[in-house]
Design a protein around this ligand. Structure first.
Ligand SMILES: Nc1ncnc2c1ncn2[C@@H]1O[C@H](COP(=O)(O)OP(=O)(O)OP(=O)(O)O)[C@@H](O)[C@H]1O
Length: 392
């Protein structure tokens, strides 16, 4: 490879992605948290969490404001001390190591670029701090600038770049020191919607190319679904569910996750019976005044109070009255609002027996062929396959 003499004028003779990829992927590590707790005085921000983040994976910590995502990320980075528990990066227990010795790199929401330094100097800074020899620094900075497509902006100051370009400088700066793990704190939240979607595609592409461990904090489920191999859903300092995007979306483990990740209709009832099924169990839930709902689950005790959820796009709307009033998995509701949202039409209804709000979503194209009017009584039904048991 031809080494550049000056950042702004030289061109690399070949794409550097191969060599960077090799260096980053061979070096990356997983992260393990064992019974980790963080207390601020008497307040517990993170409580007894256990988490395995595989090397080379993209993991998103997802949850509402204040649930403990950033605290968890900061404990991994070493910016917060752990009150109890153990933290490993690869095989190393890092509880007592300062941030600089953990081999992690943090990319912030605000980018935290030096305004008076050029793009090149911003990226070079971390390598200087680590006393990397000049020739090596020149090679690495040029390589990473080429990878993020900013080599021709090397001499610009951050305020001469767009938000998306600044974001790529921040990413380049985080990766140039060859961290084992990249930590990203809401890295897309300062971008407008269009740019956010494009940048997230770019982040995912780079993470896959580098084969590196990325751990990102987000409160947007779309972002977590689009980026992650693994999503960790947190609530009040605890982990509610760990799973692939598909698992989190299609099989939420709790009422909180079902509510947080999408338009789920949640019904609370009492377990009437449990029957073994091909995988797991079919659980019969008696929901007061609404009827008998058969749900897909793992296990339950007869008599326990629990809930189930049905996604708003997994219901079918029929005329009222139902053809078989005693069949399970159906209810009568009245249409109260119909909203056209483009591809999808969102229908709000109230259950006739309880007044609970139900959301039904359908492709607009299909709604036009079966439209009901506001004020009309309808029957909603669903398959047992789409009714997920929620033990808590
Ligand atoms: N230094 C601190 N001292 C006291 N309490 C803190 C401190 N830092 C965070 N907390 C509290 O710990 C809880 C978790 O905070 P954290 O920043 O981890 O939440 P988060 O899920 O990242 O939220 P957000 O999405 O709003 O950033 C919050 O209730 C917060 O007020």
């Amino acid at each position: 490879m031809t080494l550049p003499v000056s950042a702004s004028t030289s061109k690399l003779s070949s794409t550097p992605i191969g060599s960077i990829q090799e260096e980053l992927s061979s070096h990356t590590a997983g992260v393990t948290l064992r019974s980790v707790t963080k207390q601020y005085g008497s307040f517990t921000a993170v409580e007894d969490i256990n988490l395995e983040i595989p090397a080379g994976s993209y993991t998103c910590l997802l949850g509402p404001s204040g649930c403990g995502k950033t605290t968890t990320l900061r404990m991994i980075a070493g910016h917060e001390e752990i009150t109890r528990g153990d933290l490993f990066i690869g095989d190393r227990r890092v509880n007592d190591l300062p941030p600089a010795q953990r081999n992690t790199s943090m990319m912030f929401q605000s980018y935290a670029l030096f305004p008076h330094k050029t793009v090149w100097q911003n990226i070079d800074f971390g390598l200087r701090m680590k006393n990397v020899p000049k020739e090596e620094r020149t090679r690495r900075v040029a390589e990473i600038l080429e990878v993020v497509g900013l080599i021709k902006f090397a001499d610009r100051k951050p305020n001469q770049l767009s938000g998306g370009q600044q974001q790529r400088v921040a990413l380049a700066r985080a990766l140039v020191t060859r961290p084992q793990v990249l930590l990203l704190d809401e890295p897309l939240s300062a971008l407008d919607e269009n740019l956010r979607v494009r940048t997230r595609t770019e982040l995912r592409r780079l993470q896959k190319e580098f084969g590196m461990t990325f751990i990102q904090v987000t409160h947007g489920q779309d972002e977590a679904f689009a980026l992650s191999d693994q999503i960790v859903v947190m609530d009040h300092g605890r982990i509610d569910q760990i799973g692939t995007p598909d698992q989190i979306f299609n099989t939420p483990a709790s009422r909180f996750v079902a509510r947080f990740v999408g338009d789920n209709n949640i019904f609370v009832g009492k377990v009437a019976s449990v029957a073994a099924a091909h995988t797991g169990a079919i659980i019969e839930l008696e929901v007061d005044r609404l009827g008998t709902f058969l749900c897909r689950g793992q296990a339950a005790d007869v008599g326990m109070t629990a809930a189930c959820c049905v996604r708003s796009d997994c219901m079918t709307l029929w005329p009222y009255p139902p053809s078989n009033p005693s069949a399970p998995n159906q209810l009568t509701a009245r249409v109260v609002a119909i909203e056209f949202t483009g591809y999808v039409t969102r229908v709000s209804l109230l259950a006739e027996a309880t007044g609970e709000e139900i959301v039904y979503k359908i492709r607009t194209h299909d709604w036009l062929t079966q439209a009901a009017n506001e004020g009309q009584l309808v029957t909603l039904s669903w398959d047992t396959e789409n009714c997920i048991f929620l033990p808590h």
